[in-house]
Design a protein around this ligand. Structure first.
Ligand SMILES: C[S@@+](CC[C@H](N)C(=O)[O-])C[C@H]1O[C@@H](n2cnc3c(N)ncnc32)[C@H](O)[C@@H]1O
Length: 290
C-alpha cells in the first residue's frame, strides 16, 4: 500500500495516505469508473461489489425483458415463480439512475474497464470480490469470466441462493451466482481457518429491502470476515450492504453509487447502526506484528 496505513481516529478502518478523507467510512455519489479512478494506485486491500447485470439488454433481441429495469411492471412475478423471493414491485422499477439495458458489447467493455481500474487501485496483497452471475444468452452461457480482462482469477465462489425466478424451457432455472475472486499473488485469507467457509455459500437472497437488487448481508459478512481487510471499497454500493457489514465488523468502508437517492438512504441507515465495540486491526497488520 502507499505510504503505510494508520488507524482511523475512533472509527472503523486503517487508511493509507492518499485516500481522500471524505471517502473514509462514507458512501459517495458518482459514476463508478470515475470513482475507482480517483483512488490512489495500489491503495485498496479489497473491493467487493455487484454491478448492474444488464438484465434488460435487448440490442440483440435476446434475453432480458423489455426495455428497462430487471422486469417490466406487468411481468406477473407470481407466474414467474418469483413473488416472495425478490421484492417484485421494486425489481419492476429498475434502478433510479441506470436502465440496465446497454448493448451487450458495450456492457462487456464497461465491465472490463471497471475491473482494470480496480486492479490498478488494488494493493499488492489485495483482492477483488466481483459478484455476478452466469446467464444463458442466444442459447449459450455467458459467465462472469467473459468480463475479466486477463486478470488472475484465484477462485470462483458459488453463492447458492434459495431458488430462482428465470424459468425457461431452454435451460434449468438458475439458482446460483458467482463471486469471482481476482487476486494479487500475495493475497491471503485472514488465516487458515477462514478457508473453512468453503467455496459454496448457501445464503438466501434478501426479500425485505427497499433496493431492487441487493446482495445479502450474510454474503458481505462472509467475504469480509474471511479476509479482514483494513477497509473495503464497493463502487456499486446500492443499499449499502457492504458498508453495513463492514461497520458491524469494525472494518473501514468506502462506498459509491450513481443514485444520490440510494446513497442518502444507505448512509442514513449505516449511521443509525451502533458503533462497533472495537476497530479490528487488519489481518495483514497482525501478521506483521507476530
Ligand atoms: C446490483 S446493484 C448493487 C446492490 C448492492 N450490492 C446492495 O447490496 O445494495 C447495482 C447498483 O449499481 C448502481 N449503478 C448503476 N450504474 C452505475 C454507475 N455507472 N456508477 C455507479 N453506480 C451505478 C445502481 O444504482 C445500483 O444501486
Amino acid at each position: 500500500m502507499t505510504g503505510g496505513i494508520a488507524p482511523g481516529a475512533g472509527m472503523c478502518g486503517w487508511w493509507p495516505t492518499g485516500i481522500p478523507e471524505h471517502y473514509h467510512n462514507n458512501i459517495v455519489a458518482g459514476d463508478a469508473l470515475s470513482f475507482i479512478s480517483s483512488l490512489p494506485p495500489a491503495s485498496v486491500p479489497m473491493f467487493l461489489f455487484s454491478p448492474p447485470y444488464n438484465l434488460s439488454a435487448r440490442a440483440d433481441g435476446i434475453g432480458g425483458f423489455p426495455n428497462r429495469g430487471h422486469y417490466p411492471a406487468d411481468a406477473r412475478m407470481g407466474a414467474r415463480g418469483g413473488a416472495g423471493k425478490w421484492k417484485g414491485a421494486a425489481l419492476a422499477d429498475g434502478y433510479t439512475d441506470h436502465d440496465d439495458a446497454m448493448p451487450p458489447a458495450e456492457y462487456a467493455a464497461w465491465q472490463r474497464a471497471l475491473l482494470s481500474a480496480c486492479w490498478a487501485a488494488l494493493s499488492d496483497t489485495g483482492a477483488i470480490y466481483y459478484q455476478h452471475k452466469p446467464r444463458v444468452l442466444n442459447g449459450i452461457v455467458q459467465t462472469p469470466l467473459d468480463f475479466v480482462p486477463g486478470l488472475p482469477v484465484r477462485q470462483i465462489v458459488i453463492w447458492a441462493r434459495a431458488g430462482g425466478i428465470n424459468f425457461s424451457p431452454s435451460f434449468y432455472c438458475p439458482t446460483h451466482e458467482w463471486i469471482v475472486v481476482i487476486a494479487k499473488p500475495a493475497f491471503r485469507l485472514r488465516d487458515k481457518a477462514a478457508s473453512g467457509a468453503g467455496d459454496v455459500w448457501y445464503i438466501p437472497q434478501e426479500s425485505s429491502t427497499w433496493h431492487p437488487a441487493p446482495f445479502p448481508l450474510a454474503l458481505a459478512m462472509t467475504a469480509l470476515e474471511t479476509v479482514r481487510p483494513a477497509f473495503v471499497v464497493d463502487p456499486f454500493c446500492g443499499s449499502g450492504t457492504t458498508a453495513k457489514a463492514a461497520k458491524s465488523l469494525g472494518i473501514g468502508w468506502i462506498g459509491n453509487d450513481k443514485s444520490a437517492e440510494y446513497v442518502a438512504r444507505a448512509n442514513a441507515e449505516v449511521a443509525a447502526m451502533p458503533e462497533p465495540l472495537f476497530t479490528q486491526p487488519p489481518a495483514v497488520q497482525v501478521e506483521m506484528a507476530l
